[in-house]
Design a protein around this ligand. Structure first.
Ligand SMILES: C[S@@+](CC[C@H](N)C(=O)[O-])C[C@H]1O[C@@H](n2cnc3c(N)ncnc32)[C@H](O)[C@@H]1O
Length: 248
């Protein structure tokens, strides 16, 4: 698909990683064969070698080295087309953003936006964020935050097991986050918001950082409106933000 040696791997979901698969083969995304535009392909071919990270489930990540010495690193899972991610990276140049998705057109788009804005604090990872957390980051305080904005809602009951926010995932994320680090989720799907609130409130590793220590948080001023959020708002959906702080 790309010039030899250029661009992300075609099937990142195949990487299973070291040790038992924490999701038992259940994936929170659907591999999509969306069309890659010429501009996205050009960005992937030119920039992947510099700013891309392949989630192979084997190679340990040295985050400070990957980000040229930046110490505050935030993981964003599922950036979609990446517009909001690029905006947040531009607004906070001292924070490194490791943005993960499996969606090739989005990866190309985000690289293009990062180049256009002259961002040096953004890296784009190709594959399953669960594999990255489980198999490529050892337990420890590597992450200053984790962002999950408008994850696939998997509305059918038989698909609820595919929702990313599950007790096991939340503890996996916690085990790679520094004390005090924020897990920030947002969704426009009311039943998933309630599900997230239940799962996160039950976690022994997080405390609700919303005012009063319970319920949904006001939308943080620094979170840009995302593409999926705009679609949800157009359908009349209410958006909920959830902010949980890693406790110890
Ligand atoms: C509904 S879209 C939202 C995209 C974006 N955050 C927005 O609000 O516009 C969810 C995205 O998460 C990605 N995704 C879901 N599970 C993932 C996982 N385990 N690892 C990496 N990306 C994932 C999907 O490929 C998809 O692009």
């Amino acid at each position: 698909m790309f010039a030899p040696g250029a661009g992300p791997a075609a099937n990142p979901a195949a990487a299973l990683g070291a040790g038992p698969d924490p999701q038992a083969g259940v994936r929170s995304f659907t591999p999509r064969r969306s069309r890659v535009t010429a501009a996205q392909r050009d960005a992937l071919e030119r920039l992947w070698a510099r700013w891309g990270v392949e989630i192979d489930g084997r190679t340990p990540l040295d985050l400070p080295a990957l980000f040229g010495g930046l110490e505050r690193i935030v993981l964003e899972i599922g950036f979609g087309m990446g517009e909001a991610t690029a905006e947040q990276a531009a607004a906070d140049p001292d924070t490194g953003i490791l943005a993960v998705d499996v969606h090739t057109p989005g990866q190309g788009n985000l690289l293009r936006l990062a180049e256009r804005a002259g961002l040096s604090n953004l890296r784009v990872a190709n594959g399953d964020a669960v594999t990255l957390l489980h198999a490529m980051l050892p337990p420890g305080p590597a992450l200053a935050g984790v962002r999950v904005f408008f994850p696939d809602p998997w509305p059918k009951k038989r698909h609820h097991k595919r929702r990313l926010i599950q007790p096991a995932f939340v503890e996996l994320a916690a085990s790679r986050m520094a004390p005090g680090a924020l897990l920030h989720c947002a969704t426009d799907w009311e039943p998933y918001a309630e599900w997230m609130l239940d799962v996160l409130s039950a976690s022994p590793s997080f405390a609700n950082a919303a005012p009063g220590g319970a319920g949904y948080a006001p939308r943080p001023a620094g979170r840009p409106v995302t593409r999926f959020e705009r679609q949800g708002l157009a359908k009349g959906h209410r958006v909920h933000d959830l902010l949980f702080r890693r406790t110890n």
